[in-house]
Design a protein around this ligand. Structure first.
Ligand SMILES: *Cc1c(COP(=O)(O)O)cnc(C)c1O
Length: 535
């Protein structure tokens, strides 16, 4: 089928293909990795463009005082293929050479990674740390990804019909597509029109600060304008130059990553004129990577779901013991929670009212396993981690924190927990693919109606919601409302079902698996990308 389908180059700052390849930080990268694996499985003509990060994202550990600290290591890989291709990007008036590596080891469509760590480069540090830096360094990284990425495709001789920017980081690729056309004699306006026909864009976080912008004088000084005038740059990205705005203006169509996020994103970018339409294409996951096929099989063929689940739960408990020494009990309700420690995700929310949570933990009614990194420069996020670690000291047998969250931890937790807690401030969670992993493993979602969950949730049937979709501009009001709702559903529905109605619980596990396994599989997402964006 690939012969007559549009050929796509997917640009992303990070790719989560495997724990051993440190080119990812979180959900954005996991999506990109799963997308490339799906492209391979279903034979789509797609290639990925990314960066070979020398030190990856932070390895974040917990010190003796219970505080997170960041460590960095130089990673070397023996499985990257040297394409023999090098391209040059002019950054700050200096030529920066980017070597192009190929990764195909993880059942993925070809991924090309650019690397500036070469003896001939004065600026070899550019591809040093993923999301480690802001300002000039971040711009340089994005120039390598965008401008270098287009040049790499040309040098590799790969024909492309559609350029898909996963997040705004890749926007300078659009400026390189413009430059190519203007070099051939097109005017700026003609080139803009033609370039827009080739680009599609996926927008992510609705958190304002998560949508990067740069001062124009800095972009001009770096050379990121790629030959465009300051007026032309303002026309594309505004002033300061907002990467998301630019991507919306450079693309022919855009998508948000869930249906609720589609509404949020349209509201958020309402003021931008001449932008592409934003449609909703909900994220999805690569099942062979994340889901225990025995669970799918048991759900489809009336197998023993509970027994298989207990096997996964015991494996998680063993893993927790090896990593932390804590001994959890496989007969007690195990609540999993892992995600980036960002304030809107409220990672330590469940501890908010001690009079409710203390007896539950002391009596051993519930056990909590957490994981998640804070961004290295996010002190508020680090405080949240510190708070959770404090709780592990207070309740050593029922609260656990696994340091240095990665794909291995993600896989263990979304298979072995009994329920999957998610309590962001709606509507800040764009999608949240960890909940999909959990759902398909028969781990019941217990979540605010945010991100993907409103599309799947049948309360009391395949999982639970709390908060009824309440939103408020007033953070205290929203937190108070959601906390009450969380405790109510936990105490009145989740805990009694777990301990007193095992049959219903197992029925819910089955419903969870069967209602999500196709709808949130990467196959569906790729079909929608092709039908609604690429063709
Ligand atoms: C699945 C996964 C994510 C993304 O999940 P969210 O629900 O968006 O947090 C992030 N990091 C890792 C390691 C994962 O496995």
């Amino acid at each position: 089928m690939s012969n007559n389908l549009p050929k796509v180059a997917y640009f992303c700052m990070e790719y989560g293909l495997d724990t051993s390849l440190r080119t990812y930080a979180g959900g954005l990268g996991i999506l990109a990795g799963d997308y490339l694996k799906g492209a391979k499985d279903h034979n789509y003509p797609i290639v990925g463009i990314g960066i070979k990060w020398k030190q990856g994202y932070t390895d974040q550990m917990i010190d003796e005082d219970g505080r997170p600290y960041d460590t960095y290591h130089n990673y070397e890989y023996d499985f990257l293929k040297d394409t023999g291709v090098k391209v040059t990007v002019k950054i700050r008036q200096r030529d920066v050479v980017c070597k192009v590596w190929e990764v195909d080891k993880f059942g993925n469509a070809p991924l090309y990674l650019l690397d500036t760590d070469l003896p001939e480069n004065e600026d070899s540090w550019i591809t040093g740390q993923l999301y480690g830096w802001f300002g000039e360094e971040r711009i340089a990284q994005e120039m390598v990804l965008g401008i270098g990425g287009i040049k790499a495709l040309r040098a590799l001789g790969i024909d492309i019909d559609v350029y898909h920017f996963n997040e705004g980081h890749a926007v300078f690729a659009g400026l390189e597509l413009l430059r190519e056309k203007m070099d051939k004699g097109m005017s700026f306006e003609e080139a803009l029109k033609a370039t827009r026909e080739e680009i599609v864009f996926t927008t992510h976080t609705p958190v304002i600060q998560g949508n990067e912008s740069h001062y124009l004088d800095r972009l001009m000084y770096m050379g990121a304008n790629n030959g465009l005038t300051i007026e032309q740059m303002v026309q594309i990205g505004g002033s300061p130059f907002n990467m998301t705005v630019a991507a919306l203006k450079l693309s022919r169509i855009s998508n948000a990553v869930a249906q609720l996020h589609c509404k949020t994103a349209n509201k958020m970018w309402e003021h931008v004129d001449n932008r592409s339409e934003i449609i909703g294409i909900t994220n999805a996951i690569h099942l062979p990577t994340w889901v225990d096929e025995r669970m799918i099989d048991a759900a489809e063929n009336d197998g023993d779901l509970w027994e298989t689940h207990m096997d996964n739960k015991k494996k998680l408990i063993e893993f927790v013991k090896e990593r932390t020494g804590a001994e959890l009990d496989s007969d007690k309700l195990l609540i999993g929670f892992s995600r980036r420690a960002a304030p809107y995700k409220r990672s330590n929310f469940i501890f908010s009212d001690e009079s409710v949570i203390d007896p539950l933990l002391k009596e051993g009614k519930i056990q909590l396993v957490f994981s998640g990194k804070a961004h290295p420069l996010d002190d508020t996020g680090k405080k949240i981690v510190e708070n959770i670690v404090k709780m592990t000291k207070k309740y050593p047998n029922s609260v656990v924190f696994l340091e240095n969250y990665d794909m291995t931890i993600g896989k263990m937790l979304t298979r072995g927990s009994d329920i999957w807690l998610n309590n962001p401030r709606r509507p800040k969670e764009a999608s949240g693919t960890s909940g999909m992993k959990a759902a398909m493993n028969g781990v019941l979602n217990f979540s605010i109606l945010d991100g993907w969950w409103p599309e799947a949730c049948e309360h009391g049937v395949n999982g639970w919601q709390f908060g009824d979709g309440f939103e408020s501009e007033n953070v205290q009001e929203q937190d108070a409302h959601d906390l009450k709702a969380l405790y109510k559903v936990l105490l009145e529905e989740v805990i009694p079902t777990y301990y007193d109605n095992r049959d219903k619980w197992v029925e819910m596990m089955k419903n969870s698996i069967l209602s999500t396994k196709d709808k949130f599989a990467v196959k569906r997402m790729l079909e929608e990308y092709y039908n609604e964006m690429y063709m």
